[in-house]
Each structure stands twice: as structure tokens, then as C-alpha cells.
Design a protein around this ligand. Sequence first.
Ligand SMILES: NC(=O)c1ccc[n+]([C@@H]2O[C@H](COP(=O)([O-])OP(=O)(O)OC[C@H]3O[C@@H](n4cnc5c(N)ncnc54)[C@H](OP(=O)(O)O)[C@@H]3O)[C@@H](O)[C@H]2O)c1
Length: 270
Amino acid sequence: MTSSPVSRSFGVMAETTTSHRERVAIVTGASKGLGLALARALATRGWRLVLDARGVDALTRVGTELRRQTRVVTVTGDVADEEHRVRLVDEAARLGRLELLVNNASALGPSPQPALADYPLCELRSVYEVNVLAPLRLVQLALPQLVASRGQVVNVSSDAAVEPYAGWGGYGSSKAGLEQLSNVLAAEHPELGVLWVDPGDMRTDLHQAAFPGEDISDRPPPEASVPGLLALLERGAPSGRYRIEAVGDAGPGGGPDGADAATPGELVGR
Ligand SMILES: NC(=O)c1ccc[n+]([C@@H]2O[C@H](COP(=O)([O-])OP(=O)(O)OC[C@H]3O[C@@H](n4cnc5c(N)ncnc54)[C@H](OP(=O)(O)O)[C@@H]3O)[C@@H](O)[C@H]2O)c1
């Protein structure tokens, strides 16, 4: 297996007044869509970043852009590749104190999505490799660092994990698997913040592939989901399932899905 190209030419870090300067986050799938929008927001807040995507050109551009603000390591590769996953976690350890793992990269599966009756199992295996096994493996590899920092894991899910949309059985069941992995991980590691998050509909390439030929211009941009995500991270939200739409409605005190809004005092320590 070939090594993933790694870009480690750190840029000049902008002066920042945040206390996050030494904090490191891994964000998978950060060359576009939600991953890029979140990476930009974290860079603004002084987080050091380890970012990946399969396409080298877009990821290189993102690295160049964000190095104006913080230290960034870009690692080109596929989260389904074990060597690539090991490299992501190793780079995070070199960069500082890993406090956040965002499993964002995702596979939709074939477009248009087949009904379950016709779903080719080889395609389903690939979807599960990316959406279920890769996030779990990254958690396994990062766990010593995350436990040491009492850090946070964000597993990006979808309403398709819980809603029986016809045609969404492959992707949706993979996200359901990711959600239950998250749920058990939270039980096994109460010292971590484990958040499984439905970001809502977003106008992205993945969404367009899910609705081929349709006009998706009425969907909000991925940047619209970032403030809710940041609110969860910055207040150390308790482990649980969150819908960003509901976090926005409930304000910074919004609790996990199905739970009443928690008071700020309840949000400290997990
Ligand atoms: N868009 C929506 O409406 C929506 C709704 C609910 C949930 N979500 C979830 O939100 C997350 C972000 O989705 P998005 O809509 O922002 O997608 P997107 O715009 O298509 O971006 C996906 C990112 O992940 C990278 N990526 C894809 N497969 C990868 C792999 N195997 N290994 C490494 N990187 C990979 C892509 O770059 P390369 O292609 O170059 O690898 C890209 O940077 C996903 O978990 C998705 O399931 C999205």
C-alpha cells in the first residue's frame, strides 16, 4: 500500500487571543462541504488541524488557506485505508494535544441510491467501510490521546439514520450503525464527550448526489450548520445525539435529542 502524501509545511500562525492554541483537531473530509466549513471555523479559533480528503488538489488549497491562521497538516487519503488512518492520528500527536476527532467523511453509495432489494452488497460494504468501520477505527487509534485530554468525538450522522426514507437503506443503515457505536462508546468512556450529530440538509456535493438532477439550491449551505456544532463543542455538551436544527432552536443550552434543554451548570464535566 502506498503512503499517503503529507504536507507539513506550517505557515505563520496568526496571533490569537483564544486559549485553544495548542489544541489539535482531526477533521476528516475537510476539502469541501461541512468538513471545510468546520475546519475554517476551528482555524479561526486557533485550533491546530489535521485534515484529510482523497482529492489532493482541493485539500492542498485548503491547507494553503488555513495555514494563514493556524498550524495545519493535510494528509491525502481514504479513511477506509488503515495506513492513512494511522498517519492521521500520528500527525495529531506530533502537532500537539489531540482534543477533538470529527468523523465527517462519508460515502453515500451509488447515485441514484438503489432500493434495498437491489442493493449490491459490494457497494454496501464500501459504504460501511467508510461510514462505520473507519470512524470506529479512528476512535480506537485516537483513544489514548483523547482519554488523556478528556476530549471530544463528533460523529457526523444524518436524519437518514432514524427515518425510513425509501431508497436510503444503505447510507441510512450505515449512519444508524455509526450512531449506536457512538452511543456505546459514550457509555464505555464517560470521560469523553461523544456527540453524534445530524447536521441537517446542506447544499453540498453529497446532497446533490443523493438527489441527482434535482435543484437543491433551496438547501442551506454547510456553513449554516457550523454555529450549532461549535456551540456544542465549546460548552462541552454531554454525550448524546444532537440535531443541529434543534441546538439552534434551544440556544446554547440545548440538550441531546429527545432531552430537555440542560442548564449550563449541567453541562460541565462529563
Ligand atoms: N449534505 C447533507 O445534506 C447532509 C445531511 C446529513 C448528513 N450529512 C453528513 O455530513 C457529512 C459531510 O457531508 P457533506 O455533505 O459536507 O459532503 P461533501 O460536500 O460531499 O464533502 C465530503 C468530504 O469528505 C471527503 N471524503 C469523502 N469520502 C472520503 C473518504 N473515503 N476518505 C476521506 N475523505 C473523504 C471529500 O473529499 P474527497 O471526495 O476528495 O475525498 C470531501 O472533503 C457527512 O458525514 C454526511 O453524511 C450531510
